[in-house]
Design a protein around this ligand. Structure first.
Ligand SMILES: *Cc1c(COP(=O)(O)O)cnc(C)c1O
Length: 468
């Protein structure tokens, strides 16, 4: 499989080169040149297989010949070995024709582990084979950072720099990042928002000399390999519930649009999906877009669901690529204008076609707490704020007669204990392996929202104090 940029001007790459590159050199995102197909007989043959068996089959066309089949299968098995549920991504029934897909059974308790545990291994494998070393840059709104650190800590061929917005991630989220005492892990608290962190990361990539000097790469959801790994659990869930003989609606709590885009990719491969519901908090740029056809970026407000406190959803560009006829030369200038102006319409007809498949539903903090309380009372299930938004959004938009609703739980309730306790009176305990998290010493650097200062810090850490 070859990978092309959504802006059409970057070189076409193999899977391993796209993995290491992260962002494309023209500012676009890498996507597969064609969508592989999963036929109905192939889907039926997945029934009864384990998570890792299904995942390996779903992902193998995306990897192609870039990594040997035995090596790849070994990495997939190894990536999910440490998860604390034998099904890896178990389903819980919430009501008639309504299910919850639990994606919080990895080491850092969010769905980000499902992609990053594999991606860390892929990076190490490819770099070791080439005898190379790189520095990963990661902007996080809370959960990516810890999942990336856990996937990269102590790996021989990697350094990892994680930028989080100071004071805008939960205590548990911060401590999961800052208490890892590995010399290849560097935490930066940025005095700004997640979008500022993301802009700083992009700024470092766009500085060509800097990027090449330190061999920068990204593990943000702009990295194609993460999307690929996430396609797997949508197929696993749908097959377990009766695909291809049943149709589905997926409700996904959405920030950067990576997770719901993976569900869309599963549909492109052939999964029978009627539609996607995008759950958002008051930072609802996508919900407003699908409702009105106008995308307008507004300032970010902190909420109980900080991993969705985002106004610019990077992976939306990947969806647009398909709706612009997979023509990067046409999409490139549109994206550049959008990034400059903070608003765009992307064409009325195009919007109508997208809005047939995608709808949004926005849930504010009060309604989120209410949802946590009601769902707990009705089903016994404790949900974190992000997951509660997904369930609420799903119920708000789903047609029970025509499809089965699968809402995605993206974080363990113990990651956001205060919101859960406020809503239910129950403080969810951390799993045993994190029980002493609040006693571990923290290590991080606080830096202003200033590209030059952040670059100096990275230089110092990688070049041993020879900052220029
Ligand atoms: C990252 C994250 C999201 C948003 O996912 P995207 O792929 O960025 O849309 C939602 N919920 C939780 C708990 C997250 O960590």
């Amino acid at each position: 499989m070859k990978y092309v940029s959504t802006r059409g001007k970057a070189p076409v790459l193999s899977f391993d080169d796209a993995l290491l590159a992260g962002l494309a050199s023209d500012g676009g995102l890498y996507v597969p040149e064609t969508w592989p197909r999963l036929t109905r007989p192939e889907m039926r043959a997945l029934s009864g297989l384990s998570y890792t068996e299904v995942a390996a089959r779903v992902m193998s066309p995306f990897v192609g010949a870039a990594i040997g089949e035995d090596d790849f299968t070994r990495m997939v098995v190894d990536a999910y070995r440490g998860f604390d549920h034998p099904a890896v991504a178990p389903l819980t029934q919430l009501g008639r024709n309504q299910w919850l897909l639990e994606l919080f059974h990895g080491p850092t308790l969010s769905f980000k582990d499902y992609a990053l545990q594999l991606v860390g291994r892929l990076f190490d494998h490819v770099l070791a084979r080439r005898g190379e070393r790189i520095a990963l840059i990661c902007a996080t709104s809370g959960d990516t950072g810890s999942a990336a650190i856990e996937a990269c800590r102590d790996r021989a061929c990697l350094d990892i720099f994680v930028l989080h917005p100071k004071g805008r991630v939960s205590d548990v989220q911060r401590r999961q990042m800052t208490t890892v005492a590995s010399s290849n892990v560097h935490n930066i608290a940025v005095e700004g928002t997640f979008d500022d962190c993301q802009d700083l990361a992009k700024g470092m990539f766009n500085d060509r000399a800097f990027r090449d000097r330190f061999r920068l790469s990204a593990v943000n959801s702009i990295n194609w390999a993460r999307i690929m790994a996430q396609v797997a659990y949508y197929v696993v869930a749908a097959v377990a519930l009766g695909a291809p003989g049943r149709r589905f609606t997926f409700a996904v709590p959405t920030g950067n649009f990576g997770n719901v885009y993976a569900a869309y990719a599963a549909r492109r491969m052939g999964l029978p999906v009627n539609g996607f519901v995008i759950g958002s908090n008051v930072n609802d740029v996508l919900t407003r877009y699908f409702a009105t056809g106008e995308m307008r970026v507004t300032p970010v407000h902190p909420t109980l669901s900080p991993s969705m406190d985002i106004q610019v959803s990077s992976n939306f560009e990947r969806l647009l690529f398909d709706y612009y006829g997979r023509d990067g030369a046409r999409l490139g200038p549109v994206m550049e204008r959008f990034r400059k102006n903070g608003q765009a319409a992307f064409g009325k007809n195009r919007w109508r076609r997208m809005a047939r498949l995608f709808s949004g539903f926005s849930v504010d903090d009060e309604a989120t707490k209410m949802a946590i309380r009601v769902i707990h009372r009705q089903t016994g299930q404790l949900l974190d704020p992000h997951s509660a938004i997904a369930v609420t959004a799903g119920i708000g938009r789903h047609d029970y007669k025509t499809s089965t609703l699968v809402s995605v739980a993206t974080a363990h309730p113990a990651k956001f204990p205060q919101a859960v306790e406020d809503a239910t009176g129950i403080r969810p305990p951390l799993p045993a392996h994190l029980a002493d998290l609040h006693e571990r010493p923290e290590r991080f650097e606080t830096l202003p929202n200033d590209l030059g200062v952040v670059q100096d810090f990275v230089t110092q850490r990688l070049a041993g104090g020879t900052a220029s």
